[in-house]
Design a protein around this ligand. Structure first.
Ligand code: ATP
Ligand code: MG
Length: 270
């Protein structure tokens, strides 16, 4: 552990990935500091899920290297898998089981001691204690997502990948998930999340990177990204650019309707 503390928790160097003629990742570089929240932004089809799948060893890059928690994803995939959790867009929750039973099941699958105690601890951490003995089918979308994240965190992996953790959730449920993510980072977990919601990146991320046309075109803190645009537009009031203004200026899309279509193109986001 101590030998790894100075290294970034995630290091990505010159990663490329093509699907036949489609060059999705054309040389991606990024570092994620241990214990930080890093948001990867990009339009539909930018390659966010592809990068997350490479980092979680589900997919092989064509060229380049990546390490997670000090382990190389291609030469030590087993060690990487033991160090991470991945929550995708599709919940792993079994609806017939109660929340508690879902958690106990995961703890047993991971050969952990005291699965019942682990489940109770997770239910408490994710504000699901009162609902723990109800079937997951009766949960709201936000509760289900929290349960899904809780299940992926059984065993307390040091690095967590969240691929669009709040897509499809209502504002209240999103805030609940955000609180969960913030608490995880406070406890020292490293989090890489992808999102199309720019306010989500603004709320959560210590650093934000924009993936566009196969490379990271910007990478910085929110304040650094905001400095890329003139800081004050004078209309009636001085207006700071939002991250959305910065994103659209960088990606070059000024059409509201295209933006809305991208935001709601759920069937493409898998
Ligand atoms: N298995 C695959 N075979 C062929 N093409 C693929 C495959 N997986 C992804 N792609 C293509 O690669 C591109 C990047 O897809 P990816 O899912 O990584 O994008 P994304 O940034 O996660 O998009 P979204 O915001 O919609 O989730 C898309 O054009 C997609 O159609
Ligand atoms: Mg995706």
């Amino acid at each position: 552990m101590t030998t790894q503390t100075r290294e970034p928790a995630i290091r990505v160097q010159a990663i490329t990935k093509s699907y036949k003629d489609l060059h999705v990742l054309r040389g991606v570089d990024l570092d994620v500091a241990a214990g930080s929240i890093f948001a990867l932004l990009g339009s539909n089809g930018a390659g966010k899920t592809t990068l997350v799948r490479i980092l979680s060893t589900l997919l092989k890059a064509n060229t380049g290297t990546a390490t997670v928690h000090g382990f190389d994803v291609s030469s030590a995939p087993g060690d990487v898998r033991k160090s991470i959790s991945l929550t995708g867009q599709f919940a792993a929750v079994d609806e017939v089981l109660t929340g508690r039973e879902n958690l106990v099941l995961v703890a047993k699958l991971r050969h952990l001691k005291n699965p019942g105690a682990i489940a109770d601890d997770m239910l408490a951490r994710f504000s699901l204690a009162d609902a723990g003995n109800r079937r997951a089918a009766t949960y709201s979308g936000g509760m289900r997502r929290r349960l899904d994240i809780a299940m992926s965190l059984v065993g307390n992996p040091p690095v967590v990948f969240l691929d669009e953790p709040t897509s499809g959730l209502d504002p209240q449920a999103r805030i609940e998930v955000w609180q969960t993510v913030k608490q995880l980072a406070k406890d020292g977990t490293t989090i890489l999340l992808t999102t199309q919601y720019l306010d989500e990146a603004e709320q959560l991320a210590d650093r934000i990177a924009i993936l566009h046309k196969g490379t990271i075109i910007q990478n910085g803190t929110l304040a650094e990204l905001k400095q890329l645009l003139p800081s004050a537009k004078v209309e009636y009031v001085e207006k700071q650019p939002t991250l959305e203004d910065v994103f659209l200026a960088l990606v070059g899309d000024t059409s509201d309707t295209a933006d809305e279509a991208a935001m709601s193109a759920g069937e493409e986001s898998r």
